[in-house]
Design a protein around this ligand. Structure first.
Ligand SMILES: Nc1ncnc2c1ncn2[C@@H]1O[C@H](COP(=O)(O)OP(=O)(O)OP(=O)(O)O)[C@@H](O)[C@H]1O
Length: 456
Protein backbone atom coordinates (compact mmCIF):
# COMPACT_ATOMS: atom_id res chain seq x y z
CA UNK A 1 0.00 0.00 0.00
CA UNK A 2 1.32 3.47 -0.88
CA UNK A 3 2.07 5.70 2.09
CA UNK A 4 -0.02 8.87 2.08
CA UNK A 5 1.75 12.04 3.14
CA UNK A 6 0.20 15.39 4.06
CA UNK A 7 2.07 18.60 3.28
CA UNK A 8 0.97 21.58 5.37
CA UNK A 9 2.61 24.68 3.88
CA UNK A 10 1.18 28.13 3.15
CA UNK A 11 3.79 29.01 0.52
CA UNK A 12 1.98 28.06 -2.69
CA UNK A 13 5.11 27.41 -4.79
CA UNK A 14 6.82 25.29 -2.13
CA UNK A 15 3.65 23.32 -1.45
CA UNK A 16 3.14 22.48 -5.13
CA UNK A 17 6.84 21.74 -5.78
CA UNK A 18 7.06 19.39 -2.80
CA UNK A 19 3.80 17.72 -3.73
CA UNK A 20 4.93 17.05 -7.30
CA UNK A 21 8.38 15.86 -6.23
CA UNK A 22 7.05 13.38 -3.68
CA UNK A 23 4.34 12.15 -6.05
CA UNK A 24 7.05 11.42 -8.65
CA UNK A 25 8.89 9.44 -5.97
CA UNK A 26 5.91 7.15 -5.51
CA UNK A 27 4.09 8.66 -2.52
CA UNK A 28 0.47 9.57 -2.46
CA UNK A 29 0.36 13.22 -1.38
CA UNK A 30 -2.32 15.58 -0.10
CA UNK A 31 -1.91 19.30 0.43
CA UNK A 32 -3.14 21.78 3.02
CA UNK A 33 -2.41 25.48 3.09
CA UNK A 34 -3.45 26.21 6.66
CA UNK A 35 -4.28 24.75 10.09
CA UNK A 36 -8.01 24.50 9.38
CA UNK A 37 -7.60 22.38 6.23
CA UNK A 38 -4.91 20.22 7.83
CA UNK A 39 -7.12 19.53 10.86
CA UNK A 40 -10.11 18.66 8.70
CA UNK A 41 -8.06 16.29 6.52
CA UNK A 42 -6.33 14.59 9.46
CA UNK A 43 -9.70 13.96 11.13
CA UNK A 44 -10.82 12.01 8.06
CA UNK A 45 -7.84 9.80 7.41
CA UNK A 46 -4.56 8.57 8.88
CA UNK A 47 -1.41 9.93 7.25
CA UNK A 48 1.86 7.98 7.32
CA UNK A 49 3.71 11.27 7.73
CA UNK A 50 2.91 14.98 7.92
CA UNK A 51 5.32 17.63 6.68
CA UNK A 52 4.49 20.74 8.64
CA UNK A 53 5.44 24.38 8.27
CA UNK A 54 5.44 26.11 11.65
CA UNK A 55 4.10 29.50 10.58
CA UNK A 56 0.66 29.20 9.09
CA UNK A 57 -1.77 32.03 8.34
CA UNK A 58 -4.46 30.83 10.77
CA UNK A 59 -2.36 29.40 13.58
CA UNK A 60 0.77 27.91 14.94
CA UNK A 61 2.13 24.56 13.73
CA UNK A 62 3.30 23.77 17.28
CA UNK A 63 -0.28 23.64 18.55
CA UNK A 64 -1.28 21.62 15.52
CA UNK A 65 1.24 18.89 16.42
CA UNK A 66 -0.54 18.24 19.72
CA UNK A 67 -3.87 18.04 17.97
CA UNK A 68 -2.57 15.70 15.25
CA UNK A 69 -1.12 13.38 17.86
CA UNK A 70 -4.42 13.30 19.70
CA UNK A 71 -6.06 12.05 16.49
CA UNK A 72 -3.33 9.48 15.93
CA UNK A 73 -0.69 9.02 18.64
CA UNK A 74 1.69 7.25 16.24
CA UNK A 75 1.48 9.99 13.64
CA UNK A 76 4.89 11.16 12.39
CA UNK A 77 5.39 14.89 11.98
CA UNK A 78 8.42 16.44 10.29
CA UNK A 79 8.80 20.18 10.79
CA UNK A 80 10.04 22.46 8.02
CA UNK A 81 11.53 25.54 9.58
CA UNK A 82 13.54 28.57 8.52
CA UNK A 83 17.17 28.48 9.65
CA UNK A 84 17.26 30.93 12.63
CA UNK A 85 14.45 29.07 14.38
CA UNK A 86 16.38 26.16 15.84
CA UNK A 87 14.89 26.89 19.25
CA UNK A 88 11.35 26.60 17.90
CA UNK A 89 12.31 23.36 16.20
CA UNK A 90 13.50 21.98 19.54
CA UNK A 91 10.13 22.98 21.04
CA UNK A 92 8.46 21.12 18.16
CA UNK A 93 10.47 17.97 18.96
CA UNK A 94 9.37 18.25 22.56
CA UNK A 95 5.75 18.58 21.38
CA UNK A 96 6.16 15.20 19.70
CA UNK A 97 7.48 15.97 16.20
CA UNK A 98 9.71 13.23 14.79
CA UNK A 99 12.36 15.54 13.34
CA UNK A 100 12.86 18.86 11.60
CA UNK A 101 14.54 20.13 8.47
CA UNK A 102 15.85 23.63 7.96
CA UNK A 103 14.64 25.69 5.00
CA UNK A 104 15.89 25.96 2.33
CA UNK A 105 16.59 22.24 2.03
CA UNK A 106 17.75 19.85 -0.60
CA UNK A 107 14.85 17.73 -1.87
CA UNK A 108 16.99 14.58 -1.75
CA UNK A 109 17.80 15.26 1.93
CA UNK A 110 14.10 15.61 2.61
CA UNK A 111 13.43 12.34 0.81
CA UNK A 112 16.03 10.58 2.96
CA UNK A 113 14.48 12.02 6.12
CA UNK A 114 11.04 10.86 5.03
CA UNK A 115 12.30 7.33 4.29
CA UNK A 116 13.97 7.15 7.71
CA UNK A 117 10.87 8.48 9.46
CA UNK A 118 8.58 5.98 7.72
CA UNK A 119 10.89 3.13 8.65
CA UNK A 120 10.80 4.28 12.28
CA UNK A 121 7.01 4.54 12.03
CA UNK A 122 6.61 0.93 10.99
CA UNK A 123 9.01 -0.18 13.74
CA UNK A 124 6.98 1.81 16.25
CA UNK A 125 3.80 0.06 15.17
CA UNK A 126 5.46 -3.33 15.48
CA UNK A 127 6.71 -2.38 18.93
CA UNK A 128 3.28 -1.24 20.05
CA UNK A 129 2.00 -4.63 18.99
CA UNK A 130 4.83 -6.45 20.80
CA UNK A 131 4.23 -4.39 23.93
CA UNK A 132 0.59 -5.40 23.86
CA UNK A 133 1.65 -9.03 23.39
CA UNK A 134 4.11 -9.14 26.23
CA UNK A 135 2.01 -7.11 28.62
CA UNK A 136 1.93 -10.44 30.38
CA UNK A 137 0.04 -11.01 33.56
CA UNK A 138 1.59 -11.13 37.00
CA UNK A 139 4.89 -9.70 38.07
CA UNK A 140 7.23 -11.26 35.46
CA UNK A 141 7.27 -8.15 33.27
CA UNK A 142 8.05 -5.88 36.21
CA UNK A 143 11.70 -5.00 36.35
CA UNK A 144 13.30 -3.56 39.46
CA UNK A 145 15.31 -4.60 42.46
CA UNK A 146 15.69 -1.41 44.47
CA UNK A 147 14.49 -1.39 48.05
CA UNK A 148 11.71 1.08 47.21
CA UNK A 149 10.50 -1.15 44.39
CA UNK A 150 10.63 -4.36 46.44
CA UNK A 151 8.73 -2.72 49.29
CA UNK A 152 6.06 -1.64 46.84
CA UNK A 153 5.79 -5.15 45.35
CA UNK A 154 5.29 -6.54 48.83
CA UNK A 155 2.30 -4.28 49.33
CA UNK A 156 0.99 -5.16 45.86
CA UNK A 157 1.05 -8.86 46.67
CA UNK A 158 -0.67 -8.43 50.00
CA UNK A 159 -3.38 -6.17 48.62
CA UNK A 160 -3.95 -8.36 45.56
CA UNK A 161 -5.18 -11.32 47.58
CA UNK A 162 -7.78 -9.20 49.41
CA UNK A 163 -9.86 -9.34 46.29
CA UNK A 164 -12.71 -7.00 47.20
CA UNK A 165 -10.66 -4.21 48.69
CA UNK A 166 -10.60 -1.10 46.48
CA UNK A 167 -7.13 0.21 45.68
CA UNK A 168 -5.82 3.69 45.04
CA UNK A 169 -2.46 3.89 43.29
CA UNK A 170 -0.61 7.17 43.47
CA UNK A 171 2.51 8.14 41.55
CA UNK A 172 3.95 10.55 39.04
CA UNK A 173 3.17 10.16 35.40
CA UNK A 174 4.99 7.24 33.73
CA UNK A 175 6.03 5.52 36.98
CA UNK A 176 4.13 2.34 36.11
CA UNK A 177 0.78 2.78 37.86
CA UNK A 178 -1.14 0.88 35.21
CA UNK A 179 1.48 -1.88 35.31
CA UNK A 180 0.94 -2.15 39.07
CA UNK A 181 -2.84 -2.15 38.67
CA UNK A 182 -2.62 -5.01 36.20
CA UNK A 183 -0.30 -6.92 38.50
CA UNK A 184 -2.89 -6.58 41.27
CA UNK A 185 -5.54 -8.05 38.98
CA UNK A 186 -3.29 -10.88 37.83
CA UNK A 187 -2.10 -11.78 41.30
CA UNK A 188 -5.63 -11.81 42.67
CA UNK A 189 -8.17 -14.64 42.66
CA UNK A 190 -9.91 -12.57 39.97
CA UNK A 191 -7.12 -13.18 37.47
CA UNK A 192 -9.30 -15.38 35.28
CA UNK A 193 -12.02 -12.71 35.24
CA UNK A 194 -12.13 -9.65 32.99
CA UNK A 195 -9.71 -6.73 33.24
CA UNK A 196 -11.39 -3.54 32.08
CA UNK A 197 -9.55 -0.21 31.99
CA UNK A 198 -11.04 3.24 31.52
CA UNK A 199 -9.28 6.58 31.47
CA UNK A 200 -11.43 9.13 33.30
CA UNK A 201 -9.56 12.03 31.70
CA UNK A 202 -9.99 10.85 28.13
CA UNK A 203 -13.77 11.08 27.74
CA UNK A 204 -16.20 13.95 28.17
CA UNK A 205 -18.38 13.56 31.26
CA UNK A 206 -21.61 12.44 29.53
CA UNK A 207 -19.80 9.84 27.42
CA UNK A 208 -17.84 8.50 30.39
CA UNK A 209 -21.08 8.10 32.33
CA UNK A 210 -22.77 6.13 29.58
CA UNK A 211 -19.63 4.04 29.02
CA UNK A 212 -19.39 3.17 32.71
CA UNK A 213 -23.04 2.59 33.50
CA UNK A 214 -24.34 1.59 30.06
CA UNK A 215 -27.73 2.73 28.83
CA UNK A 216 -31.15 1.44 27.89
CA UNK A 217 -32.63 1.92 24.44
CA UNK A 218 -33.94 5.49 24.06
CA UNK A 219 -32.10 6.81 27.14
CA UNK A 220 -30.86 9.70 24.95
CA UNK A 221 -31.17 10.72 21.32
CA UNK A 222 -28.39 8.49 20.01
CA UNK A 223 -29.23 5.47 22.17
CA UNK A 224 -30.71 3.34 19.39
CA UNK A 225 -29.84 0.10 21.23
CA UNK A 226 -29.42 -0.86 24.86
CA UNK A 227 -25.76 -1.15 25.79
CA UNK A 228 -24.11 -2.70 28.85
CA UNK A 229 -21.61 -0.48 30.65
CA UNK A 230 -18.03 -1.24 31.63
CA UNK A 231 -19.23 -2.07 35.14
CA UNK A 232 -21.20 -5.00 33.75
CA UNK A 233 -18.35 -6.06 31.50
CA UNK A 234 -16.01 -6.07 34.50
CA UNK A 235 -18.30 -8.37 36.52
CA UNK A 236 -16.16 -11.01 38.26
CA UNK A 237 -12.98 -9.09 37.46
CA UNK A 238 -11.30 -5.73 37.94
CA UNK A 239 -12.28 -2.25 36.77
CA UNK A 240 -9.26 0.05 36.47
CA UNK A 241 -10.11 3.75 36.69
CA UNK A 242 -7.08 5.64 35.43
CA UNK A 243 -6.72 9.37 36.16
CA UNK A 244 -9.43 9.20 38.84
CA UNK A 245 -8.52 12.77 39.86
CA UNK A 246 -10.17 13.91 36.62
CA UNK A 247 -13.53 12.35 37.44
CA UNK A 248 -16.13 15.13 37.44
CA UNK A 249 -17.78 16.19 40.69
CA UNK A 250 -21.15 15.03 39.41
CA UNK A 251 -19.91 11.50 38.61
CA UNK A 252 -18.04 11.08 41.90
CA UNK A 253 -21.13 10.35 44.08
CA UNK A 254 -22.41 7.92 41.44
CA UNK A 255 -19.16 5.98 41.55
CA UNK A 256 -19.16 6.07 45.35
CA UNK A 257 -22.59 4.47 45.39
CA UNK A 258 -21.42 1.56 43.20
CA UNK A 259 -18.36 1.12 45.38
CA UNK A 260 -20.54 0.85 48.45
CA UNK A 261 -23.41 -1.23 47.11
CA UNK A 262 -21.93 -3.04 44.09
CA UNK A 263 -25.18 -2.11 42.37
CA UNK A 264 -26.26 0.51 39.82
CA UNK A 265 -28.79 1.32 37.10
CA UNK A 266 -28.08 1.83 33.43
CA UNK A 267 -28.85 5.33 32.11
CA UNK A 268 -32.57 5.46 31.39
CA UNK A 269 -33.08 2.16 33.21
CA UNK A 270 -35.06 1.31 36.30
CA UNK A 271 -33.66 -2.17 36.97
CA UNK A 272 -30.94 -2.40 39.63
CA UNK A 273 -27.98 -4.44 38.34
CA UNK A 274 -25.72 -6.18 40.83
CA UNK A 275 -22.07 -6.79 40.03
CA UNK A 276 -18.99 -8.22 41.69
CA UNK A 277 -16.17 -5.84 40.72
CA UNK A 278 -12.84 -4.92 42.31
CA UNK A 279 -12.07 -1.24 41.78
CA UNK A 280 -8.50 -0.11 41.25
CA UNK A 281 -7.96 3.61 40.65
CA UNK A 282 -4.82 5.56 39.83
CA UNK A 283 -3.81 9.19 39.80
CA UNK A 284 -0.78 11.45 39.59
CA UNK A 285 -2.70 14.20 41.34
CA UNK A 286 -2.65 15.12 45.00
CA UNK A 287 -6.20 14.10 45.91
CA UNK A 288 -5.89 15.43 49.46
CA UNK A 289 -5.18 18.87 48.09
CA UNK A 290 -8.10 18.47 45.71
CA UNK A 291 -10.35 17.60 48.66
CA UNK A 292 -9.22 20.82 50.34
CA UNK A 293 -10.04 22.75 47.17
CA UNK A 294 -13.47 21.11 46.85
CA UNK A 295 -12.58 19.25 43.65
CA UNK A 296 -12.61 15.71 45.02
CA UNK A 297 -15.03 14.15 47.48
CA UNK A 298 -13.52 13.13 50.76
CA UNK A 299 -15.87 10.12 51.17
CA UNK A 300 -14.87 8.74 47.76
CA UNK A 301 -11.20 9.23 48.57
CA UNK A 302 -11.41 7.24 51.80
CA UNK A 303 -13.50 4.54 50.14
CA UNK A 304 -10.89 4.08 47.38
CA UNK A 305 -7.85 4.51 49.55
CA UNK A 306 -8.46 1.36 51.62
CA UNK A 307 -5.61 -0.25 49.74
CA UNK A 308 -3.09 2.55 49.15
CA UNK A 309 -0.03 2.12 46.96
CA UNK A 310 2.60 4.74 46.24
CA UNK A 311 4.68 4.09 43.15
CA UNK A 312 8.07 5.76 43.66
CA UNK A 313 9.48 8.00 40.91
CA UNK A 314 12.48 6.61 39.03
CA UNK A 315 14.87 9.18 40.52
CA UNK A 316 14.15 7.65 43.94
CA UNK A 317 15.11 4.15 42.78
CA UNK A 318 18.20 4.81 40.73
CA UNK A 319 19.41 1.20 40.99
CA UNK A 320 16.52 0.29 38.70
CA UNK A 321 17.53 2.62 35.86
CA UNK A 322 20.12 0.38 34.26
CA UNK A 323 18.20 -2.92 34.55
CA UNK A 324 15.15 -1.19 33.08
CA UNK A 325 17.23 0.31 30.25
CA UNK A 326 18.65 -3.15 29.45
CA UNK A 327 15.17 -4.64 29.62
CA UNK A 328 13.81 -2.16 27.05
CA UNK A 329 16.81 -2.74 24.77
CA UNK A 330 16.39 -6.54 24.96
CA UNK A 331 12.82 -6.17 23.84
CA UNK A 332 13.97 -4.27 20.75
CA UNK A 333 16.36 -6.94 19.50
CA UNK A 334 13.78 -9.13 17.71
CA UNK A 335 12.03 -6.10 16.22
CA UNK A 336 15.27 -4.71 14.81
CA UNK A 337 16.70 -8.09 13.85
CA UNK A 338 20.13 -7.26 15.32
CA UNK A 339 22.28 -9.72 17.32
CA UNK A 340 22.77 -7.41 20.34
CA UNK A 341 22.34 -3.87 21.66
CA UNK A 342 24.91 -2.43 24.07
CA UNK A 343 25.35 0.81 25.99
CA UNK A 344 28.55 2.85 25.80
CA UNK A 345 30.07 3.64 29.20
CA UNK A 346 29.34 7.35 28.75
CA UNK A 347 25.68 6.56 28.10
CA UNK A 348 25.45 4.49 31.28
CA UNK A 349 26.80 7.48 33.19
CA UNK A 350 24.31 9.87 31.58
CA UNK A 351 21.38 7.52 32.19
CA UNK A 352 22.36 7.38 35.81
CA UNK A 353 22.76 11.13 36.16
CA UNK A 354 19.54 12.20 34.44
CA UNK A 355 16.57 13.13 36.68
CA UNK A 356 13.96 11.27 34.53
CA UNK A 357 11.01 13.64 34.93
CA UNK A 358 8.94 11.36 32.67
CA UNK A 359 9.96 8.30 34.72
CA UNK A 360 9.90 4.77 33.24
CA UNK A 361 7.91 5.80 30.18
CA UNK A 362 10.56 8.39 29.30
CA UNK A 363 13.34 5.83 29.83
CA UNK A 364 11.51 3.37 27.59
CA UNK A 365 11.10 5.97 24.84
CA UNK A 366 14.74 7.05 25.06
CA UNK A 367 15.95 3.44 24.79
CA UNK A 368 13.66 2.56 21.92
CA UNK A 369 14.64 5.67 19.96
CA UNK A 370 18.36 5.08 20.60
CA UNK A 371 18.07 1.43 19.52
CA UNK A 372 16.45 2.49 16.27
CA UNK A 373 19.08 5.15 15.59
CA UNK A 374 22.24 3.22 16.43
CA UNK A 375 24.08 2.17 13.28
CA UNK A 376 26.07 -0.69 14.87
CA UNK A 377 24.26 -1.89 17.99
CA UNK A 378 26.37 0.25 20.34
CA UNK A 379 24.29 3.04 21.84
CA UNK A 380 26.43 6.16 22.14
CA UNK A 381 25.67 9.69 23.33
CA UNK A 382 24.78 10.78 19.80
CA UNK A 383 21.62 8.68 20.02
CA UNK A 384 20.46 10.31 23.25
CA UNK A 385 18.00 13.22 23.22
CA UNK A 386 19.42 16.71 23.58
CA UNK A 387 17.99 17.30 27.03
CA UNK A 388 19.93 14.34 28.41
CA UNK A 389 23.20 15.78 27.18
CA UNK A 390 22.44 19.29 28.33
CA UNK A 391 20.84 18.84 31.76
CA UNK A 392 23.21 16.62 33.63
CA UNK A 393 26.61 17.05 35.11
CA UNK A 394 29.13 14.29 34.40
CA UNK A 395 30.73 14.42 37.82
CA UNK A 396 27.79 14.51 40.20
CA UNK A 397 26.63 10.93 39.88
CA UNK A 398 23.23 12.42 39.20
CA UNK A 399 22.28 13.34 42.74
CA UNK A 400 22.73 17.04 42.18
CA UNK A 401 21.63 18.60 38.95
CA UNK A 402 24.58 20.97 38.55
CA UNK A 403 24.48 22.43 35.06
CA UNK A 404 27.17 21.53 32.53
CA UNK A 405 30.04 23.92 32.11
CA UNK A 406 29.80 26.08 28.98
CA UNK A 407 32.61 24.20 27.23
CA UNK A 408 30.98 20.83 27.97
CA UNK A 409 27.69 22.13 26.73
CA UNK A 410 29.29 23.41 23.53
CA UNK A 411 31.07 20.12 22.99
CA UNK A 412 27.88 18.09 23.48
CA UNK A 413 25.93 20.41 21.18
CA UNK A 414 28.52 20.24 18.39
CA UNK A 415 28.53 16.44 18.60
CA UNK A 416 24.80 16.31 18.45
CA UNK A 417 24.56 18.61 15.42
CA UNK A 418 27.38 16.75 13.64
CA UNK A 419 25.57 13.48 14.20
CA UNK A 420 22.30 14.99 12.96
CA UNK A 421 24.14 16.13 9.83
CA UNK A 422 25.69 12.67 9.35
CA UNK A 423 29.17 14.12 9.90
CA UNK A 424 28.76 16.68 7.09
CA UNK A 425 30.76 19.66 8.39
CA UNK A 426 29.44 22.20 5.90
CA UNK A 427 25.86 21.46 6.95
CA UNK A 428 26.78 21.28 10.63
CA UNK A 429 28.51 24.70 10.44
CA UNK A 430 25.40 26.10 8.76
CA UNK A 431 23.11 24.73 11.47
CA UNK A 432 25.42 26.06 14.19
CA UNK A 433 25.55 29.46 12.50
CA UNK A 434 29.38 29.54 12.28
CA UNK A 435 31.86 29.29 9.44
CA UNK A 436 33.42 25.99 8.44
CA UNK A 437 36.82 27.26 9.66
CA UNK A 438 35.42 28.11 13.10
CA UNK A 439 33.86 24.66 13.29
CA UNK A 440 37.24 23.08 12.44
CA UNK A 441 38.88 25.03 15.28
CA UNK A 442 36.20 23.98 17.70
CA UNK A 443 36.50 20.33 16.70
CA UNK A 444 40.22 20.54 17.39
CA UNK A 445 39.68 22.39 20.68
CA UNK A 446 37.15 19.81 21.91
CA UNK A 447 39.13 16.91 20.46
CA UNK A 448 36.21 15.72 18.36
CA UNK A 449 37.41 13.51 15.54
CA UNK A 450 36.46 13.76 11.89
CA UNK A 451 34.42 10.53 11.96
CA UNK A 452 30.96 10.75 13.50
CA UNK A 453 31.84 13.32 16.11
CA UNK A 454 33.16 11.01 18.78
CA UNK A 455 36.25 11.85 20.75
CA UNK A 456 39.49 10.35 19.42
N1 LIG B 1 8.61 -2.13 36.70
C1 LIG B 1 8.50 -2.04 35.39
N2 LIG B 1 9.20 -2.88 34.60
C2 LIG B 1 9.15 -2.79 33.26
N3 LIG B 1 8.39 -1.88 32.61
C3 LIG B 1 7.65 -1.03 33.33
C4 LIG B 1 7.67 -1.07 34.76
N4 LIG B 1 6.85 -0.10 35.21
C5 LIG B 1 6.36 0.52 34.12
N5 LIG B 1 6.84 -0.03 33.00
C6 LIG B 1 6.55 0.42 31.62
O1 LIG B 1 6.63 1.85 31.62
C7 LIG B 1 5.60 2.41 30.80
C8 LIG B 1 4.75 3.37 31.62
O2 LIG B 1 4.04 2.63 32.59
P1 LIG B 1 2.50 2.91 32.94
O3 LIG B 1 1.71 3.24 31.70
O4 LIG B 1 2.01 1.81 33.78
O5 LIG B 1 2.70 4.26 33.78
P2 LIG B 1 1.60 5.17 34.48
O6 LIG B 1 2.14 5.59 35.78
O7 LIG B 1 0.27 4.46 34.48
O8 LIG B 1 1.55 6.40 33.49
P3 LIG B 1 0.44 7.58 33.40
O9 LIG B 1 0.36 8.24 34.73
O10 LIG B 1 0.98 8.50 32.38
O11 LIG B 1 -0.86 6.91 33.00
C9 LIG B 1 4.83 1.24 30.24
O12 LIG B 1 5.38 0.91 28.97
C10 LIG B 1 5.11 0.12 31.21
O13 LIG B 1 5.01 -1.14 30.58
Amino acid sequence: MTDTLLIVEDDHTLRITLGEFLTRRGYSVELAENVATATALAAQQRYALILLDLHLPDGNGLELIGHLRQLDENCLVVIMTAFPEVRTAVAALKAGAYDYINKPFDLEDLLELIRRALETGSLRRELAWRRAQDRGCGLEGMVGNSLAFRQMLNIVQRIASAQRVPVLIHGESGTGKEHVARAIHCQSPRAAGPWIAVNCAALPEALLESEMFGHEKGAFTDAKQAKPGLLELADGGTLFLDEIGDLSLSLQPKLLRVLETQAFRRLGGSREIRVDVRFVAATHRDLRKMIGGGQFREDLYYRLNVGAIDVPPLRERREDILPLAQHFLQRMIPALGVPALRLAAEVVRLLDAYPWPGNIRELRNVMERAAILTPDGLISTTQLPREMLGNTCPDTGGQQETPLRLAEMEQAHIRRVLADCDGNKTRAAEVLGITRATLRNKLREHRITDGEGDEG
